[in-house]
Design a protein around this ligand. Structure first.
Ligand code: PLP
Length: 390
């Protein structure tokens, strides 16, 4: 039986049309796009078509898109390029709520001698552009701030931030892994220098990503070797995945408006249903400005992991904390940075939807969740006082 899959910020299913588009590249079209012969060389054109589709999703020019192996590589490559192209500048600014692909990489550079500033967020998970302004100095090489948070869905004011940085001539990278394909993004209106995309968050396979690099931005390759990707990212292309990514981007672009409205309605019904049926529950993050598919809810006096295990028994998939680091019982660094109390962080669950979810999936959660929360509260002496029976 297929699970009720509500963990789409961790990864999404490959869309059937994407899989179908990819299949020939595992069989009859197995050539190397760099080959001189027509058999391999014909793939070059297909890769360029995929590049055009990924570019169109953010209104970029195709040559501004570099294919990479994942969002993490794109994040690392963007920040590394920014510091390598300005060796005299040692200051990197990011936020406390970034994905580890940015946060841990900046901290790694910090251990190698760079000065790293981590910007705080407020209780709603919002970032204040004045705080950024106060931390900028002549030594700042790059600012890397995510477009939307993977745990809460909160959207940062990337347009304002990028305008501030453009005025000062400071490079700006945004990790838009969770935003691309869920909300409209137009790089002709937002003056970011670099922007990260990951295929598997938008119904392409895992192991394919892209980095947008604005025309005129100096770029130092992170992976060095052959001439692929115009010398900006070496390595024989992951042809099938690149082509699947192109198809997924085309579908995402076509679906954008409809998906957004559909997901918002589904998410709100789930959220309101849970808040109404489970006492002592609250939403984490700014609900007026977040991705339409994401809901992060804290259930007081229960452990998030225990909730997940019970949901799992009902074949329902959600996550607690950061999906990519789940398996660790560390409390979410995002919720901690928002000042959410320790006990509340521990009872937080993230539900993240995709266009493949239905009203039936929402009903499945609403059917079981009040019972699960009540039962778990009954099990703990402290929670018992707060269970529905108390
Ligand atoms: N950035 C954000 C905001 C993410 O949510 C993720 C994955 O969850 C990544 C980067 C890493 O992307 P990938 O899994 O493609 O390396």
């Amino acid at each position: 039986m297929n699970p009720v899959y509500l963990d789409n910020n961790a990864t999404t299913r490959v869309a059937p049309e994407v899989l179908e588009t990819m299949l020939p590249y595992f069989s009859e079209l197995f050539g190397n796009p760099s080959s001189m012969h027509t058999f391999g060389g014909q793939l070059h054109r297909r890769i360029e078509e995929a590049r055009e589709k990924v570019a169109a999703l953010i209104n970029a020019e195709p040559y501004e898109i570099i294919f990479t192996s994942c969002g993490t590589e794109s994040d690392n490559a963007a920040i590394m390029s920014a510091v390598e192209s300005q060796p005299r500048k040692r200051h990197i600014i990011t936020t406390r709520v970034e994905h580890p692909a940015v946060l841990n990489f900046c901290q790694h550079l910090g251990r190698k001698g760079h000065r790293v500033t981590l910007l705080p967020v407020n209780k709603q998970g919002q970032l204040d552009s004045d705080t950024l302004l106060r931390t900028l100095d002549d030594d700042t090489a790059v600012v890397s701030i995510m477009y939307a948070n993977n745990e809460t869905g909160v959207i940062f004011p990337v347009e304002t931030l990028s305008s501030i940085l453009k005025e000062r001539g400071i490079l700006f990278h945004t990790d838009a892994v969770q935003a691309v394909g869920k909300i409209p993004i137009d790089v002709t209106k937002i003056p970011v220098d670099m922007l990260t995309i990951s295929g598997h968050k938008l119904h392409a396979p895992k192991g394919i990503g892209a980095l947008y690099v604005r025309k005129g931005t100096r770029f130092h390759p992170y992976i060095i070797g052959g001439h692929q990707e115009g010398g900006r990212r070496a390595g024989t292309e992951n042809v099938a995945s690149v082509i699947g990514f192109g198809k997924a981007a085309e579908l995402a672009r076509g679906h954008l408006g409809d998906d957004s409205a559909y997901l918002g309605k589904l998410r709100d019904r789930l959220e309101q249903g849970l808040l109404a049926s489970c006492p002592n529950a609250g939403v984490n993050g700014d609900i007026s400005n977040r991705l339409p598919n994401t809901s992060n809810i804290s259930f007081e006096y229960v452990e998030g992991e225990a909730i997940l295990l019970r949901l799992n028994e009902h074949n329902i998939c959600a996550s607690s904390g950061s999906a990519c680091s789940s398996g660790s019982l560390e409390p979410s660094h995002v919720l901690r940075a928002m000042g959410v109390p320790y006990t509340t962080v521990h009872g937080s669950i993230r539900f993240s939807l995709s266009r493949f979810n239905t009203d039936g999936d929402v009903d499945a959660v609403l059917d079981v969740m009040p019972g699960i929360i009540n039962e778990l509260r009954e099990l703990s002496p402290f929670g018992k006082k707060h269970s529905a029976k108390a």
